[in-house]
Design a protein around this ligand. Sequence first.
Ligand SMILES: [Zn+2]
Length: 316
Amino acid sequence: MGPGLPRGRGINLGVDIGGTKILAVRAAGREVAHVVNAKTPKGGPAAVAERVGALVDKLDPDRAYESVGVVVPGVVAHGSVLAAPNLAGWSSPVPFGELLAATTGRAVRLGNDVNLATWAEYRLSPKPRVDNVLGVFVGTGVGGGLVLDGQLRKGPNGLAGELGHLTVEPGGAVCSCGGQGHLEAYLGRRCLEQRARDAADEGRSSALTEIAGQKRMTSGIWHAAVEANDPLALELLDDAARYLGQAIAMVRAMVDIDQVVLGGGFGSRLGGSWRSRVAQSVEHHRFGPTPVDIVASSIGDNAAALGAALLASDSL
Ligand SMILES: [Zn+2]
């Protein structure tokens, strides 16, 4: 059985497949009893399914669990992955639920990573629960999830909550999806780095390019540049906060939410003063009498894996 919690009610297996790493947990609510991880194979869906099968066997060698929840960074509908641009070799729809059922020997429930991270933030919040939540997770890109009236909204095409691809600046910067002026073009780590490098090419030096050189501009580098009051970093992150506030106000006007949970590897590092800047921008665009509460993720890096574990048992 592995260490930690015994088998019992509320304990489940969850797997979070990321672009570089697969994280598998045995967990009860917020409590992780056992965690294993591995690199994400680059060989396409079958190779990833094999690796997931091996990780699940490590977590549950006695086959005590009949089901497992699995989340991917992509569009999921009807047990298939319709698009997953951050996974190498996943260029067309993949019947991934079937592949996983074969490699894990268990019933598989499949979901989108950010949808389930939002669900975990909602279900496992230590604070009094509000029933209408927008989750915004900023990492390489920008993902979103929606809980409406206490239900996770997935949508008929698996697209609900994709606020990274709302147009915030018509005719603006090019997004990683190829669209123009989408929120992700101003906020995801990948697009922010591109903006900083474009500025450097135009002769505008900054701490960002000085520290990063030719290497990837990590969250830590952005953090260091902000700490040093680097004008370009502050300007780009201010633009990002302004556009995110605009997008949140659009979502609110459309579906009405009480709370925004802000997380993700990059989003979590930006801190309280950046969240306040986002809140200011929401206020600027606000329609309706009450402000929106913007809070930091209470779970952190395990949110999607814990959401996957909930997916194994919750009726979603
Ligand atoms: Zn886009």
